[in-house]
Design a binder for this molecule. Structure first.
Ligand code: PMT
Length: 224
């Protein structure tokens, strides 16, 4: 039987990639399928939480008993997440948000022109960092880190720099881990210094493991 250890909690999950338009027919994006975030949303709902899923474009079906908000760009995701953040008890940011977007979006399809085409990119807002700044003591913030090298160093920098309670790091170059597959292999870093290395497993199981840690931290807080 699934434990109802998240009953009564408002859980906000983000999933999928963002799409940053260049012109009416082209965009910049990344390889996220949304599977990790959708698994988390589904698992949290099964454990009794009221779940809101803010999702970039994916080919996935919205999980049952989850309020799903579809967005496209990083700025749309920022607006949707910030709007819901105040009421959230737990936020889990599995989305792969584009760090940059094209400075100008052409109103018409960009035509072939010469040998080279220069694109000017500008910074998108860092949603997770903003949540870290606004976070209240009663809220729990979980970030992800998609790394190709120096996983531990980058993970710890994100945990601290973005004021997170948990950071789930995946080496996206490892076979069967990270983007666009049904499995993942993650290392979970907690603010209190605890580190858990999980073996390769189905993303639904990874989601349960992450939620076990979330539920544990909430229990610790209640008992403190
Ligand atoms: O979707 P799948 O195909 O199942 O793949 C899963 C996954 C690889 C996308 C997922 O496991 C994962 O690692 N998600 C985070 C990807 C990412 O963007 O990592 P990052 O290290 O660039 O970002 C760190 C954190 O900051 C993330 O929680 C991200 O959501 C957040 N962020 C990043 C940039 C930005 N502008 N705003 C953000 O909120």
């Amino acid at each position: 039987l699934t434990p109802q250890d998240l009953a009564g909690l408002d859980v906000l999950v983000t999933a999928g990639p963002t799409r940053e338009p260049l012109d009416p027919v082209r965009y910049l994006t990344n390889r996220s399928s949304g599977k990790m975030g959708y698994a988390l949303a589904r698992a949290a709902a099964l454990r009794g939480a009221e779940v809101t899923l803010v999702s970039g474009p994916t080919g996935l079906t919205a999980p049952p008993d989850v309020v799903t908000i579809a967005v496209e760009t990083a700025r749309e995701m920022y607006e949707a997440v910030l709007q819901h953040f105040e009421q959230a008890d737990v936020v889990i940011k599995a989305a792969a948000v584009a760090d940059y977007r094209p400075q100008d979006v052409a109103g018409r399809k960009i035509k072939k022109q010469g040998q080279e085409l220069q694109l000017q990119l500008v910074h998108n807002p860092d949603i997770l960092a903003e949540l870290g700044r606004r976070k209240k003591d009663c809220q729990l913030l979980v970030g992800f880190a998609a790394e190709t090298n120096d996983l531990e160093r980058h993970a710890l920098a994100k945990l601290k720099g973005k004021n997170l309670d948990l950071l789930v790091a995946n080496d996206v170059t490892a076979p069967g881990a990270g983007f666009d597959c049904d499995t993942n292999q993650v290392k979970i870093f907690a603010r209190n210094g605890e580190v858990v290395s999980l073996p390769l497993m189905d993303k639904n199981k990874v989601a349960q493991q992450i939620l076990d840690r979330v539920a544990g931290l909430l229990t610790d807080r209640r008992e403190a």
